[in-house]
Structures are given as structure tokens and as C-alpha cells.
Write a protein that binds this ligand. Structure first.
Ligand code: RUB
Ligand code: MG
Length: 415
């Protein structure tokens, strides 16, 4: 029998192995506890320890995590590969973002960042297309793809929704997108919305000669969600949209598997992420959520507006750079800037985030005084001008709808 307690999870001299998952935490110990003791408890509870000293036959330390750097409220923990079930994101997160988030020994704890080893990362599929959706679906290389979500976000009838699609597509927008809380409600049922929107998409494609696409929100309990994915493919979608946080990562993994068979891209809306990442000292950073989303294989993901829009954002630029960085050969993810954007913000947005991006505008199109079609024209003119390095004022002279949008909202950020 050997005793094992949290001191056994602390090893300042430990050097992580190539296949360890290294997690960086910000930790504020509860009153009266010293940082070393708390670091050991974090490593213990998130791997194979508990509050009591365990009496175990033989050695179980092969599965133990080790806290190896403890400095200025930061703790680094290395997790051995054998702790994890490869390819099972729920299991991985139950370790590294599980009970430790609620331990009394910590007043606050936030998972800031992870370094994913090849062994674990390559047990996940990663994105099927990633930013290649721009070229593959829209034949676009040199500008952001553009999207719009009808507003009000729920309540429009199916016919109204499809009509708005027609107006924004013919106004120059690439993608019509469902909102996060529109799924299969009585006022706008899923299958009718799908068929009517796609009929309008075909019409808009014919009239404009440009590829257009529709992001239908398939979020639902598991089997129903897969049926909706199948329906989207049958009816000729290029994409599906999933509310990845509220649906849960195992569901996203199921969708990814099915989407691969059907050749569908996945658009990830992140509704509820702020419950984990908004309070800066606690929870799970958006950076880590973005890492998880990339591993399980979404192709595009909302990452914010670099602070220009209506919602709080954590380090949009840094997260977008991570989404494009090398990850053991997995494809990248196309970031989606969205939330309180309007045409006047587009140049600053693209300056901050570049053009390998999707830009989504809801209220900043549908709130245009002349309606959605005019709003879409204004938005597209702003994007084209910013990409070509022309001023919005010059573009507004050619596109009066843009002049009206600038008069309406100016160039100020929203809240
Ligand atoms: O409906 C919208 C934006 O609408 P609008 O363009 O009218 O503001 C999206 O749900 C938010 O972008 C989500 O936030 P985030 O993108 O930060 O996840
Ligand atoms: Mg929304």
C-alpha cells in the first residue's frame, strides 16, 4: 500500500514530456492556503487525486498530473497522455475544466491556455475546410466573406425570413445566417425555412451570378440534430450552423462526423461562452474554447469584433492568430467577427483583424432606414472599399446607401 496525497502532484523540477498536455491556469488561493498547496490540489483533483490521502495498491502516478510552475498567481500543470481518452473532448474537459472550477481551495481559477501535444490533438479531426470555405464555397480569396442574420432574431415568418435572404444576397452579401435562438419554432419551422430560403438563394444566385449560401441552425438534441444536418445536405446547403457551447462538444463531434460524410462545413455560434469567459479571473478563456472548437472540427467560429461591437471580447486578434497557427497539421478555422457591427466600423475592423475573416452584420443591415437590401449594399460597399484601401467617404459617393448608413450610425463602436 502506498499513500498518495496532493503533495505528490507538485513537482517544481518536472519537465513536461512531448505528449503531455500542458495547461496554464490563473489561480487565486482561498484565504489561508498557500499557492503551492493549492497548485498541488488543482493537479490532483483534475487528474486522479482527491481531498483525502489515498491508500492504493501499486502505483497510480502514471495518470497523475504535475503542477510544475507556480509563480505570481499562475500555475502550469502537465497532464500525461494516458489520463485521456483520445478523441473524446467531453472526457478531456471533465479533467482540465472539471471539479477544479468549483473547489473551495481556490477563490478563483481560470484556464487560460493549453499546449496541445500531437498525440492528443491528432486524435481529433480538426476542421474539414477551415478558412478554405472562402475559396471553396464562394471563390473569394482577397476579401472577407460577408454574412447577415435577419432581425428581429426570432419572430419573422418563414416567408419574411426567406425574403430578407433574397434582399441581402442580391444586395451583395454572401451568406444568410440563422440566429442562435432560431431552430424549429412554430412561427418559422425548420424544414419550411430551409426549403424557402434555399429557393430564394437559387434565385439570388441566378440573378447575381455569384455563389450564395445559407447557414441553417441545426441545434437540437443529438438524433434530431443529425436529422437536420441530413436535411440541410439533401436540400443543397454548403454549411450547417451549430450553437456549439449550448449544444455541447459531444454533439458537435457527432455533427462533424456526419458533416464529413456529407461535405458540409460547420459554422460555430458561441452563445453562452461568456458564462465561462467573461469574468477575467475565473472560468475557461475564450482562447481555450476556440482551441476546443478547432480540435473538434468547426470551420468557422465567432471570436468577436476586437471590441468595436456591442459585446465584450477577449483578445480577438490573439485568438484569431491562434486559429491560423500550426496545430500538428490540423486545418485552420475562419474567424467570424459579429455583434453590433455596421458599415462605418468595417475599415477599423479589417485594420485590426485582416481580411481572412467572415464579417456578420445583423442590426447594421436591417436597421438601415431604407431596409435590408439597401443595408446590404451599404455593408458590401464598405467591405469592398476597405479591402481596396479606399475611404468610406469616397465609396459613399458611389453608393448612396452607404452614405445613409454612415449618417445613421457614424463610425462609432456600439454597445
Ligand atoms: O446576432 C448576432 C449579432 O447580431 P447584430 O449584428 O445585430 O449585433 C450574434 O448572435 C452575435 O454576434 C453573437 O456574439 P459573438 O459574435 O460575439 O459571439
Ligand atoms: Mg445572434
Amino acid at each position: 500500500m502506498a499513500g498518495i496525497s496532493y503533495e505528490d502532484f507538485l513537482d517544481r523540477d518536472y519537465e513536461p514530456r512531448d505528449d503531455d498536455l500542458v495547461c496554464r491556469f490563473a489561480v487565486r488561493p482561498a484565504e489561508g492556503l498557500d499557492p503551492e498547496a493549492v497548485a498541488g490540489r488543482v493537479a490532483s483533483e483534475s487528474s486522479n487525486g482527491t481531498w483525502a490521502r489515498l491508500q492504493v495498491e501499486g502505483s497510480i502516478t502514471d495518470l497523475s498530473a504535475r503542477a510544475f510552475e507556480i509563480e505570481d498567481g499562475r500555475v502550469s500543470v502537465a497532464y500525461p497522455d494516458t489520463l485521456f481518452e483520445h478523441g473524446n473532448m467531453a472526457q478531456v474537459l471533465s479533467c482540465i475544466t472539471g471539479n477544479i472550477m468549483g473547489m473551495k481551495a481556490v477563490e478563483r481559477i481560470r484556464l487560460l491556455d493549453c499546449e496541445w501535444p500531437e498525440s492528443l490533438a491528432s486524435s481529433f479531426p480538426g476542421p474539414q475546410y477551415g478558412s478554405a470555405v472562402r475559396a471553396e464555397i464562394f471563390g473569394v480569396e482577397d476579401r472577407p466573406i460577408t454574412a447577415s442574420v435577419p432581425k428581429p432574431k426570432v419572430g419573422l415568418s418563414t416567408a419574411q425570413h426567406a425574403q430578407i435572404g433574397y434582399e441581402i444576397w442580391t444586395g451583395g452579401v454572401d451568406l444568410l445566417k440563422d440566429d442562435e435562438n432560431l431552430t424549429d419554432q412554430s412561427f418559422n419551422p425548420f424544414e419550411e425555412r430551409l426549403t424557402e430560403s434555399l429557393a430564394m438563394r437559387d434565385r439570388a444566385e441566378e440573378e447575381t451570378g455569384e455563389p450564395k449560401s445559407y447557414l441553417v441552425n441545426v441545434t437540437a438534441p443529438g438524433p434530431e440534430m443529425l436529422e437536420r444536418v441530413d436535411l440541410a445536405a439533401e436540400h443543397g446547403c454548403e454549411y450547417v450552423m451549430v450553437d456549439v457551447v449550448t449544444a455541447g462538444w459531444s454533439s458537435v463531434q457527432q455533427v462533424r462526423e456526419r458533416a464529413a460524410d456529407l461535405g458540409l462545413a460547420i459554422h460555430a455560434h458561441r452563445a453562452m461562452h461568456a458564462a465561462f469567459d467573461r469574468v477575467p479571473e475565473h472560468g475557461v478563456s475564450m482562447r481555450v474554447l476556440a482551441q476546443v472548437a478547432r480540435l473538434v472540427g468547426v470551420d468557422q467560429l465567432h471570436t468577436g469584433t476586437a471590441g468595436l461591437g456591442k459585446l465584450e471580447n477577449e483578445d480577438t486578434k490573439g485568438i484569431n492568430e491562434w486559429l491560423r497557427s500550426d496545430l500538428h497539421g490540423l486545418a485552420d478555422v475562419l474567424p467570424v467577427a459579429s455583434g453590433g457591427l455596421h458599415p462605418g466600423l468595417v475599415p477599423e475592423l479589417l485594420d485590426a483583424l485582416g481580411t481572412n475573416l467572415a464579417v456578420q452584420v445583423g442590426g447594421g443591415i436591417h436597421g438601415h432606414p431604407e431596409g435590408s437590401h439597401a443595408g446590404a449594399k451599404a455593408f458590401r460597399a464598405a467591405v469592398d472599399a476597405a479591402v481596396e484601401g479606399r475611404s468610406l467617404d469616397a465609396a459613399a459617393e458611389e453608393t448612396p446607401e452607404l452614405a445613409t448608413a454612415l449618417e445613421t450610425w457614424g463610425r462609432e463602436g456600439t454597445r
